[in-house]
Design a protein around this ligand. Structure first.
Ligand code: ADP
Ligand code: TPW
Ligand code: MG
Length: 582
């Protein structure tokens, strides 16, 4: 149907254009819809306010945020959860820049998203004559994303959106920038010609079948292993090859370690999970197969003390990005292709003459797991006042176990590190966190996208500092009445609330916040439910009620301000000064 046939001017409610004409606004919307993209996350303003209005009028879900970074984070998580690029829509220069952090973060994490920003008059921008919100946005976006495009003519919108979609989801997924100058949106063309100019992307992320000799090589290495280990990364979660990955792990009998956003790909209580024996398996394994996980800082680059003797390991790596191979050390068996195709090819090789890993290896892992789990379990049941990370997370751990389809969002330092190891996940793509950069501020954007895209209840476990980066979006959560329960782990600051100003001056220490803040009252300000919880029982009750009712809720969970450590578990990454000791 011609775009304008059904459209109305959303402000006046009158027919906007003659039926035979369309314009840039509607071509953008029609191009997205044609490609089954039906949700936009953004912040309105010149020149894209009407784009949002028209999109809503045309049946798209348009979720307006309070800040573009959170809209962008929502788009990125929508991309991770759906394998379709999430869309973030912003105004020019400042709005664009606010969204750009999220675009760069999405690209870093290999999540598909498209940042669409309005921009000012090209002629004035290029002559730097000081237009309203003047900025050469395309040039600035380019180094921070996978691809960046600008459209100057309405008849090119269809092809531009198609290019953006394909660039975002094919190969290694990532962020794409689409620059829409104000003038373009108002450009008029014949509706029929406009319709014909649209492009439906066929097979936007084609399978990439691994070469048979690469599969054979990987199988040979795997078969020679005495102490094999599989590491599952968030690429494996994204790939949605859940059944084959599980079959590969179970048929091969190889223990596996999930990276944080791959938790739940197989349930964390699976007998082959080596999660609670992480240091043992990293140190002792002789063959490590990475599936959708990079050997970056999160895995100490595959080197150093945690990896045992240098050169003691042989690596197999499955990744869609050929340049990922040998990024940090030699990959003996690179398997380039999509995870679904690679894993199913390997599965065929796990046949009759396959020998499960020696029991000395699997028994040693089980023994270490049992020891570590026992060590942890008493701490989780503690009822000390104020709560510490273990007792508060012990309560949340039980809730997630009872509600395995809930989505867990998690950020902070101690709040992140403890929650990652304490809260078991049982289903794929249920854990969303700070990702490759360890970035603070993804929380509320991720929570909104998780609720909007899946309709499932969301539990966001947030450090009090982490929460502050996106806290204003609880208004967004209330406005759309999303089933999100935010738990703020309130320890009066960043890492701890106990630091003092070393100069003895009147300012508080750099890591300390207002003591005993009541984040729960922020939620009440917007009509949500606020709860102040000081014990694990109060915390449990509040979260269970929130999950049952689906009402936007914020629980201010009071945590001992002395309990945390500097930078959580990555304090070793802080540079040391030889001069001042504070
Ligand atoms: P983690 O942080 O969980 O270790 P990373 O983000 O470092 O995971 O790694 C994810 C990897 O998965 C990236 O190298 C990316 O290229 C890869 N990847 C993403 N999707 C696919 C896919 N469908 N098939 C193969 N590899 C993929
Ligand atoms: C965009 C640096 C890492 S963790 C953190 C900061 C500021 C907050 C830790 O305090 P929180 O958690 O959330 O209260 P807890 O439980 O330890 O008290 N800016 C960005 N990203 C990062 N990672 C930082 C700053 C940081
Ligand atoms: Mg804190």
């Amino acid at each position: 149907m011609p775009a304008m046939a059904q459209s109305v001017d959303a402000k006046t409610n009158e027919a906007a254009e003659p039926e035979s004409l369309t314009d840039g606004f509607h071509l953008v919307i029609d191009a997205l819809k044609l490609n089954d993209i039906n949700t936009i996350y953004g912040v309105p303003g010149i020149p894209i306010t009407d784009l949002g209005r028209f999109a809503q009028a045309e049946g798209m879900r348009v979720i307006s945020f309070r800040h573009e970074q959170h809209a962008g984070n929502a788009a990125a998580i929508a991309g991770f959860l759906t394998q379709k690029p999430g869309i973030c829509l912003t105004v020019s220069a400042p709005g664009f820049l606010n969204g750009l952090t999220a675009l760069a973060n999405a690209t870093t994490n290999c999540f598909p998203m498209i940042l669409i920003s309005g921009s000012s008059e090209r002629e004035i921008v290029d002559l730097q004559q000081g237009d309203y919100e003047e900025m050469d946005q395309l040039a600035i976006a380019k180094p921070l994303c996978k691809a960046a495009f600008r459209v100057l003519h309405a008849e090119d919108i269809g092809i531009a959106v198609a290019r953006a979609i394909r660039a975002a989801v094919s190969g290694r997924p990532g962020g794409v920038y689409l620059d829409l100058p104000a003038k373009l949106l108002g450009q008029v063309m014949e509706a029929e010609a406009g319709r014909k100019s649209l492009v439906k992307v066929v097979d936007p992320a084609p399978r990439q079948i691994p070469a048979p000799d690469a599969v054979a090589r990987a199988l040979e290495v795997l078969k020679g292993a005495k102490r094999p280990l599989i590491i599952l990364g968030k690429g494996a979660a994204y790939a949605r090859a859940d059944a084959d990955i599980r079959a590969l792990v179970e048929k091969s009998g190889i223990p596996y370690l999930p990276m944080s956003m791959a938790k739940g790909l197989l349930p964390d209580d699976h007998p082959q999970s080596a999660g609670p024996a992480r240091s043992l398996v990293l140190k002792e394994a002789d063959v490590v197969m990475l599936i959708g996980a990079r050997l970056n800082w999160l895995l100490s680059h595959g080197k150093g003390k945690s990896w045992g003797e240098p050169g003691s390991k042989t690596f197999i790596q499955i990744d869609i990005e050929p340049r990922e191979m040998d990024s940090n050390l030699e990959i003996a068996a690179p398997l380039v292709g999509d995870i679904g195709s690679c894993v199913s090819a390997l599965l065929q090789g796990i046949d009759g003459d396959w020998q499960a890993p020696p029991s000395e290896w699997t028994d040693a892992i089980t023994e270490r797991k049992e020891k570590n789990v026992a060590k942890m379990s008493s701490k989780l049941l503690s009822n000390s006042l104020p709560m510490d990370f273990h007792s508060a997370l012990g309560a949340l751990r039980s809730i997630v176990k009872e509600r395995p389809d809930a989505i867990l969002v998690n950020e902070g330092a101690n709040t992140l590190d403890f929650a990652r190891s304490i809260i078991d996940m049982y289903q794929p793509r249920k854990r969303l966190d700070v990702g490759t950069w360890g970035i603070m501020g993804i929380g509320m954007g991720a929570a909104v996208a998780a609720a909007v895209e899946t309709g499932k209840p969301v539990l966001a476990v947030e450090g009090d500092s982490a929460f502050g980066f996106s806290g204003m979006e609880i208004e967004t959560i209330c406005r759309y009445n999303l089933p999100v329960c935010v738990v703020v782990f309130n320890n009066n600051g960043i890492y701890r609330g106990t630091d003092v100003n070393p100069s003895g001056g009147p300012d508080v220490a750099t890591t300390v916040f207002v003591k005993d803040s009541r984040y729960d009252k922020m939620m009440e300000a917007f009509g949500g439910v606020g709860v102040h919880a000081t014990t694990p029982d109060e915390l449990s009750r509040a979260v269970n009620e929130a999950m049952d009712s689906g009402k936007p809720t914020l629980v201010n969970a009071v945590i001992d301000e002395k309990a945390g450590t500097e930078s959580g578990r990555i304090g070793n990454l802080n540079p040391q000064s030889v001069v001042s000791k504070t």
